[in-house]
Design a protein around this ligand. Structure first.
Ligand code: ADP
Ligand code: MG
Length: 259
């Protein structure tokens, strides 16, 4: 199989919890610039798959390979922050923000993911880092602006409404300048107007050529944004194809309707 233009290869990955498989022998390949939706019922293993790619979980079997610009490597044994530096960013399901920090500070943590020194040395204001700190601050403000949070920089992150918290996590991920962006149910719980704003942002990122993976339940949302869809059910990859192909797939219909 040619790997030219491939950003991510998941090879026969398995992972269990307490003897029960959350993912079993799952393989998939994501092409450069592709938006790949991952769908499936609750408990299908979607978040587990994303966490295996981002490094927040490790597989029991199989491998995850990743590369951009012709550089491909196995991610096995690389910690999440190393994968982040290689360009993998994740927006977790739900809301995960740093409590007690402002919106701007939360986004600046994302920018620090791509610098060699961490957030702490920036926070301590070591002289040699001050100029870089100013650049990161400017990047973070631009990312906040991009997700519609320009006026919210100095607000405490944890008191923001859910829609803004989600946007903030997206800004943090974008600030890391990802080459592969993992979005785990970014639209869940959002109001219709917030969903539309999010959909347009994802469309813009797609037009810019960013490679993305997206967990989402609403097939209209998925059909609009995804090039291809992978369907997980009970930890297995039961189907893959374009939105049109997936809509007519009998195994997928059975998984959803329990038929
Ligand atoms: P999805 O995101 O598709 O809803 P998950 O990947 O979160 O599914 O979960 C898949 C299965 O693995 C579920 O049965 C879930 O209970 C289990 N699981 C996921 N994470 C853990 C964990 N950290 N500890 C124990 N079980 C887990
Ligand atoms: Mg999940």
């Amino acid at each position: 199989m040619s790997t030219v233009g491939t950003v991510l290869t998941v090879e026969s990955v398995s992972r269990s919890f307490g003897g029960v498989y959350a993912l079993r022998d799952v393989s998939l390949t994501v092409a450069e610039g592709e938006t790949r939706a991952v769908i499936g019922p609750n408990g299908a293993g979607k978040s587990t798959l994303f966490n295996l790619i981002s490094g927040h979980l490790t597989p029991e079997r199989g491998a995850v390979r990743y590369g951009v610009d012709g550089d491909r490597r196995s991610l096995d044994h690389l910690a999440p922050h190393v994968r982040a530096r290689l360009g993998i960013a994740i927006v977790f399901q739900g809301s995960r923000l740093f409590r007690g920090m402002t919106a701007l500070e939360n986004v600046m943590v994302g920018a620090h993911a791509r610098t060699r020194h961490g957030f702490l040395s920036g926070a301590l204001r070591l002289p040699r880092h001050r100029r870089e700190e100013a650049a990161i601050r400017a990047d973070a403000l631009a990312a906040l602006d991009r997700v519609g949070l320009a006026g919210w920089a100095d607000r405490a992150a944890d008191i923001l409404p859910l829609g803004q918290q989600r946007a903030l996590q997206l800004a943090r991920a974008l600030c890391a300048r990802p080459r592969l962006l993992l979005l785990d149910e970014p639209a869940s719980g959002l109001r219709a107007t917030e969903r539309e704003t999010l959909a347009r942002l994802i469309e813009d990122l797609r037009a810019e050529g960013l490679t993305m993976m997206l967990v989402e339940h609403d097939m209209a949302f998925v059909g609009r944004l995804a090039d291809r869809i992978s369907v997980l059910d009970l930890g297995r990859n039961i189907a893959e194809g374009t939105p049109e192909e997936i809509r007519g797939d009998e195994a997928v219909i059975a998984a959803y309707l329990g038929a």
